[in-house]
Design a protein around this ligand. Structure first.
Ligand code: F6R
Length: 606
């Protein structure tokens, strides 16, 4: 997704802006640009492709100016090229923009009628001309307030002005934006990660607010242009997580880190001494919660699916799940006794945030399971369950998925115990098993060579399928998502029992099919479904767990056995070979593993 950086300093800023843009690269983007102010002019440079292109095409280090804005763009309006790259500038105003201006077509017509000329196909350029126009008759705060009122949609903006060479304006509605404070300089950033390399003192703008940022002062305003006071927060520093170390890719590092993710999550939530799950300050009485709705997008939605199985197994609560982009536009029947749980790694996903906002506006009970605790979703939920897995840089979510399902499992187990639906003996056994999970993950991570070899077959195939039942069904969907997003191979996840209702028609000679069949209560049923696909020529990769029982089937192409544990925890282990399969298949194809095409880490537009 797009990223914004702005710096006002007492020294040249271009090199620092480039470094900060590089920190934002992990979000996925297709062009980049910078504008600085010096000697009464706007110096604008932009390039298609990576920030490296910008550096190769221009002598950035010698771009003059102690004030400037930079942007990485992920195209929404207009193809990714250097003309559509940000900043967009008039003779006086230069703008970088994250988000989408929904009424840009109407505004553009109006501005063209007034004589303004447009150079790009973007929605952003209307902002440039609107501000330029309002500045003819209004002073700065009024011109910004009037411009923002004209814009529909979501945005974060960074704006500089040729005639006001000591300030940057930042504005936020929907898309995140933060201010950072440094010695003799201040910063604007769409992501605390980009700011963290320069400062750990941050203020987040709230929706509707804007700021005027100078090197030694920052003023904040509400949507009416009235000054507001804001708190400065101190961020935790976690720099080592932003380094690949000896790994080729962040994704490889993040897969290998999963035993630590789970160990940390367990340490945070389980009191070893009292053998108890600690969830402090839960703001509601349990008897006031009769049902649960879990909401997320993509991999986070798969975590919601996984949690539904556990909540239904461990409690008698009614549980429903929803994809955030569907939930936000449906005619929902909001119920006071429902707990709405929002799952998100970034905490900034536009659809998930909008679904949360809708629940908040209807005075519902809202809880979030997030990784980035400074994020909008975390800040605006009534209650937060952090997943504590550290920064996840690879676009494909791996350790955050295991982190999310861990916290959701722990939460389900705790509620089941508090409602006396999980008896104390069983509760204790499950906590004991949970504590063995990090070492089981470590062992499962060693399944490397087998998967590397198997991945070639997937790369040669036209398409593939991932099948599972019960607890293994959400993991099958997650495995298919990982393979398609990283290696661009068509991959479908299905409940194994659905095959006869249509998808079986797709099976042909040699098609690779992953069957997740741990030896749980669904095992025999899944094995029957597996036989049906083998009979039609599929090459089956069976993923099961190590037990003393042999697999009761023939003609399986390959078998991978993960470690054994109780049924609740097997989904954690089954996920690992699927992540590795996607990783190695993309590696063999030579694709950009940490930044797959067309995708972004933090999806801040709907
Ligand atoms: C897939 C993936 C995405 C995200 C989705 C939600 O590997 O990473 O499907 O899970 O975009 O993102 P968050 O969790 O940040 O809300």
């Amino acid at each position: 997704m797009c990223g914004i950086i702005g710096i006002s300093s007492n020294k040249p800023v271009s090199a620092n802006i480039v470094n900060s843009l590089k920190k934002l690269e992990y979000r996925g983007y297709d062009s980049a640009g910078i504008a600085t102010l010096s000697n009464g002019k706007i110096n604008e440079v932009k390039s298609e492709g990576r920030v490296d292109n910008l550096e190769n095409n221009y002598d950035i280090k010698h771009l003059e100016g102690n004030i400037g804005i930079g942007h990485v763009r992920w195209a929404t309006h207009g193809i990714p090229n250097s003309v559509n790259a940000h900043p967009h500038s008039s003779h006086n105003v230069s703008v970088v923009h994250n988000g989408i201006i929904e009424n840009s077509t109407i505004l553009k017509k109006h501005l063209i009628n007034k004589g303004y000329k447009f150079k790009s196909q973007t929605d952003t350029e209307v902002i440039v001309h609107l501000i330029t126009d309002y500045l003819k008759t209004s002073e700065l705060v009024e011109a910004i307030t009037k411009t923002l009122k004209q814009l529909h949609g979501s945005f974060a903006l960074g704006i500089v002005f040729k005639d006001m060479p000591d300030l940057i304006v930042g504005a936020r509605r929907g898309s995140p934006l933060a201010v950072g404070y440094g010695p003799n300089e201040n910063y604007l950033g769409s992501d605390s990660y980009a700011l963290k390399s320069m400062t750990n003192k941050i203020t987040y703008l709230d929706d509707g607010e804007f700021c005027i940022l100078k090197k030694d002062q920052v003023l904040f305003f509400n949507d009416e242009g009235k000054k507001v006071n804001k708190k400065i927060l101190q961020l935790s520093s976690d720099e080592s997580s932003y380094d690949k170390g000896d790994f080729k890719h962040f994704m490889a590092k993040e897969i290998e880190e999963q035993s630590i993710t789970i160990k940390t999550g367990i340490k945070e939530y389980i009191d070893n001494f009292n053998k108890e799950i600690n969830i402090f300050n839960f703001p509601w009485k349990l008897e006031d919660i009769k049902s649960i709705t879990l909401i997320g997008c993509g991999t986070a939605y798969h975590s919601c699916m996984m949690a539904k199985y556990w909540f239904e197994e461990l409690t008698s609560l009614d549980v429903s799940i929803d994809i955030a982009s569907e939930f936000r536009y449906r005619k929902n029947r909001f119920k006071k006794d429902t707990l709405y749980i929002f799952v998100s790694q970034s905490g900034e996903t536009a659809d998930t945030y909008a679904a949360l906002d809708l629940c908040n506006k209807n005075n519902m009970k809202t809880c979030s399971v997030v990784n980035v605790i400074e994020s909008s979703i975390a800040r605006d939920s009534n209650f937060v369950l952090p997943i504590h897995c550290g920064p996840e840089i690879g676009v494909a979510s791996t350790k955050a998925f295991l982190g999310q399902i861990l916290i959701l499992y722990i939460f389900a187990l705790k509620i089941g115990s508090l409602r006396n639906e999980v008896q104390n003996k069983l509760y204790q056994e499950k906590i004991k098993d949970l504590k063995t999970l990090p070492s089981l993950i470590e062992k499962t991570l060693l399944l490397d060579n087998d998967i590397q070899a198997i991945s070639s077959t997937f790369n040669e195939a036209k398409g593939s399928m991932f099948l599972g039942r019960g607890y293994s069904y959400p993991i099958a969907l997650e495995g298919a998502l990982k393979l398609k997003e990283l290696s661009y191979i068509h991959a479908e996840g299905y409940p194994a029992g659905e095959m006869k209702h249509g998808p079986l028609a797709l099976i042909e000679e040699g098609m690779p099919v992953v069957v997740l069949a741990p030896k749980d209560s669904y095992y025999k049923k899944t094995i029957s479904n597996m036989q049906e696909v083998i009979a039609r020529g599929a090459k089956v990769l069976l993923i099961t767990n190590k037990t003393n029982d042999d697999v009761i089937s023939e003609n399986i192409w390959e078998t991978i056995e993960v470690e054994n544990t109780n049924n609740d925890l097997l989904p954690f282990l089954l996920t690992i070979p699927l992540q590795k399969l996607a990783y190695y298949s993309a590696l063999k194809k030579g694709y950009d593993i940490d930044k797959p095409r067309n995708l972004a880490k933090s999806v801040t537009v709907e």
